[in-house]
Design a protein around this ligand. Structure first.
Ligand code: PLP
Length: 410
């Protein structure tokens, strides 16, 4: 009898059996994962983006080992907490105040609570088809839901959560014309979880400006995108200064940690205890050691070269499929992108739904796996590159995609 429900701890972890066998990872290092048959794969799922430095980065692993040797769980303040907060804040500009949490979902939850306390308003407007974690309040209108397909004249709502349409500048104006109780807009710098839909030029700035003009805060959910375009918030690289941002995944290199970062004004409520936060494991030594070591390692990453290598891979993938007589497109950035069957590059969620081809992406996953690559199988799945994807790993990827294209065309 299997004790672990469905054999996985998170629904997103499901991948198809291959030749009657489930996939079971036993080791991960750099750009590679090994399964229980001893087979090595180049990994484009990299812990759903967490292993941005590559799996088991030596400096991060050493820092975590040292922290556990010194004591894994003191109840009271410990020396690594401020050190980790300072090294994170060095990368987030005006968002200089930090609270550590254990998951991105918790960070989003606290961001919403903070915005309500600051503004005295109740409602949170999130992007339709955006994923901001699994907690009830924002687990609404996600990709795949009916509400996510909202049309121009609809305003789906559940409780205090309202939806906005991505890449529709008029919709955010309408939202604030309809309601004066919006505490914050909540959005990803790129709609990664809806298939890496990139914001149109000026769109993020527009949403932020309209929200501010109406007295609402701007929360950037950077759990996925943070530290993936440069060593800092993706929104700041894309021209937006949020009041609050959530980060996770890449900041801990695979150790369970997330953070809410904010401007001193937005975070003031915690200082005078108007806003409550708690958590046994928040800012635990292992998490803090991982963040501190990760920040130092990120400073040494050549982001320009990595993004260029990813864009080159995307081009080679598209060329490989074209050569096999089957057009595909990719959307996103060099370090995180989605592949679409066909010649369309969606920029709205409706276009993404029209372009999504679950049969194609599931087939591609299987063919890549046979070619020594492990990847997310769903139509909105992402291929991530880490700083450890070196020339050899990139060559394996390019060849595996080209071979998959040939086999899928025949
Ligand atoms: N926000 C975004 C943009 C995410 O991509 C995720 C997770 O994938 C979350 C929030 C939730 O983070 P966690 O899974 O750590 O709770």
């Amino acid at each position: 009898m299997q004790h672990l429900v469905s054999g996985i701890s998170s629904a997103g972890r499901a991948v198809p059996d291959l030749d009657g066998r489930p996939f079971l990872a036993v080791r991960a290092q750099g750009p590679h994962v090994w399964d229980d048959q001893g087979r090595r794969y180049v990994d484009t799922a990299i812990g759903f983006g967490a292993a941005f430095l590559g799996h088991t980065h030596p400096a991060v692993a050493a820092a975590v080992h040292a922290a556990i040797d010194r004591g894994s769980m003191p109840a009271f303040a410990h020396a690594l907490e401020e050190e980790a907060a300072a090294s994170l804040a060095r990368h987030t500009g005006a968002l200089s105040r930090v609270i550590f949490l254990n998951s991105g979902s918790e960070a989003v939850h606290l961001a919403c609570r903070t915005a309500r306390a600051v503004t005295g308003r109740r409602k949170i407007a999130k992007m339709a088809a955006g994923y901001d974690g699994w907690l009830d309040e924002v687990a609404f209108g996600n990709a795949g839901s009916t509400e996510a397909l909202m049309t121009a004249n609809e305003r789906p709502a559940r409780g205090d959560t309202l939806l906005m349409r991505f890449n529709d500048p008029a919709d955010v104006e309408l939202l604030f014309a309809e309601s004066d109780d919006v505490a914050a807009v909540l959005l990803e710098p790129m709609m990664a979880n809806a298939g890496c839909l990139v914001p149109d030029p000026g769109y993020l700035e527009h949403v932020a400006a309209v929200a501010r003009a109406h007295g609402a805060l701007v929360i950037m959910d950077e759990v996925l995108m943070g530290f993936r375009l440069h060593p800092g918030l993706a929104s700041q690289r894309l021209g937006v200064e949020p009041d609050l941002a959530t980060v996770g995944k890449a900041i801990g290199s695979g150790v369970a940690v997330a953070a809410l970062v904010g401007t001193p004004a937005a975070m003031a409520g915690f200082e005078d205890l108007r806003v409550n936060r708690a958590g046994t494991y928040n800012g635990n030594p292992l998490a803090c050691a991982a963040v501190h070591a990760t920040m130092a390692a990120l400073d040494a990453v050549d982001y320009a070269a990595l993004l260029a290598a990813g864009d080159d891979l995307r081009r080679r993938i598209e060329q490989g499929f074209a050569a096999a007589g089957r057009p595909v497109r990719t959307t996103g950035y060099g370090t995180v992108f989605t592949l679409w069957n066909g010649a369309a590059s969606p920029r709205t969620y409706a276009q993404a739904v029209a372009a999504a081809d679950p049969g194609f992406t599931a087939h591609l996953h299987v063919e890549l796996r046979r070619g020594g690559v492990i990847s997310m199988p769903g139509p909105f799945g992402r291929h991530y590159l880490s700083a450890a994807h070196d020339t050899a790993a990139l060559a394996v990827l390019a060849d595996a995609f080209a071979d998959a294209a040939t086999r899928m065309a025949s």
